[in-house]
Design a protein around this ligand. Structure first.
Ligand code: DGJ
Length: 387
């Protein structure tokens, strides 16, 4: 019922709509700061309730952004209903709400977001389906594939107890969907990582890489990154979480290629966010403490496949050891403004997950070129370089 109401309210963007969006985007750039509508924020207010243009709290958790034809699209987990703790997750505090689907919002100024509805709905009635409400759907991210002209959504899908650890993929010819779910898999079955040692290939207790060689590697928290040359990469927490993998995607972005490497071995990192600045690749991630915040990690590389060098906690000041009570989800490069990035994070509310908040902060660089994040109660887009 809820899903159909949301779907009914979704307006497919036609060419007139796109023209209006593009005009609004230009007007937004010309204005000193985005205009505030009734109840709409004139600035970013990290951690505060953030209303959409319809006056409802934005509901797009673990999200990611896509910039397409003058419009930003924000995809995320739509969380509603009762937060509960399933028996199977009691040992580690894995609360959840039943899955509704992936939401999408659009904006031309990054402050005022229009609800585009549920673009990938859950599938009630089929307990075997990956998108059954009792299962897990997290961290959706969308890329545009210029060759196939498809919008490709990657997400972490899982069983209630997070044991399945799979990647789900969905596609649409339009950024605001609807998306067609193609299915799920564990990436890189029957392929060894490029950097695998003889020991890595030898079955042994606790050698998850070798254990999962034929079935494909575990994939929980994930993100995708599209390089300037059109090649795209998938980063995913693997091997029961201690080690992350990065893999090249196929040209259509629908599969992992089997070309992959193990990164941050034994460092237990999740919530990866990847971006490129001045020809180098950066990653911000969290440690693994379920919904509880921990100190963020940062890293740099000269190629998405690594090697990656850790740069430490990018956060400065009070609460930097808890990422200001949040967890990374995405880093957004601002279109047309080199060096301007927004760090996006979730401030999870473990016992009331739908009331989890968003924390967007300007991402800066130290003199040594290391990513830096400082708390701001509020800040305007003009605080970023290039305005
Ligand atoms: C931390 C992950 O980053 C989230 O996406 C989610 O899976 C929670 N763990 C569940 O506790």
């Amino acid at each position: 019922m809820l899903i159909s109401a949301i779907l009914a309210s979704r307006r497919p963007p036609g060419s007139l709509f796109r023209f209006v969006c593009a005009a609004c985007f230009v007007a937004g750039l010309l204005a000193a700061r985005p205009a505030a509508g009734a109840g709409l924020p004139p600035e970013f207010t990290p951690g505060e309730l953030w209303l959409d243009t319809g006056g409802h709290p934005i509901n797009a958790h673990g999200g990611g952004l896509l910039y397409q034809a003058g419009v930003y699209y924000w995809y995320g987990e739509f969380k509603t209903g009762r937060t509960y703790l399933p028996d199977c997750n009691k040992s580690w505090g894995g609360t959840r709400v039943d899955t509704v689907g992936v939401s999408c919002y659009s904006s031309t100024n990054l402050l005022n977001w229009k609800n585009e509805g549920i673009v990938l709905p859950a599938v009630p009635g089929d307990p075997q389906h990956d998108l059954f409400p009792g299962k897990v759907l997290e961290r959706p991210k969308v890329l545009y594939n210029r060759t196939t002209q498809q919008f490709v959504m990657w997400m972490h899908v899982d069983t209630t107890d997070y044991a399945a650890a799979r990647c789900g993929v969905a596609v649409s010819p339009r950024p605001a969907g609807p998306y067609k779910y193609l299915g799920s898999f564990r990436p890189n079955a029957d392929a060894w990582p490029e950097d695998a040692t003889a020991a890595d290939k030898t079955p042994a207790a606790k050698n998850c890489l070798a254990r999962d060689f034929h079935s494909g590697q575990m994939a929980r928290d994930l993100t995708v990154f599209q390089d300037d040359d059109g090649q795209a990469y998938l980063f995913y927490s693997s091997e029961e979480n201690p080690t992350m993998h990065v893999t090249l995607l196929t040209e259509d972005y629908l599969h992992a290629t089997g070309k992959y490497r193990r990164i941050f071995q034994g460092r237990s990192m999740e919530a990866p966010a990847v971006f490129k600045h001045a020809g180098r690749y950066y990653l911000i991630a969290s440690g693994c403490t379920a919904w509880a915040p921990n100190a963020a990690r940062s890293a740099v590389a000269d190629h998405p496949l690594g090697p990656w060098t850790e740069l430490g906690n990018p956060c400065l000041g009070a609460d930097s050891d808890k990422t200001f009570h949040s967890q990374s989800t995405f880093v957004l490069p601002i279109a047309g403004r080199p060096g301007a990035f927004i760090f996006m994070a979730d401030r999870w509310n473990q016992w009331n997950l739908p009331d989890s908040r968003y924390l967007w902060l300007p991402l800066e660089f130290s003199a040594a070129g290391h990513p830096r994040l400082s708390w701001r109660d509020h800040w305007p887009l003009s605080a970023l370089p290039g305005s």
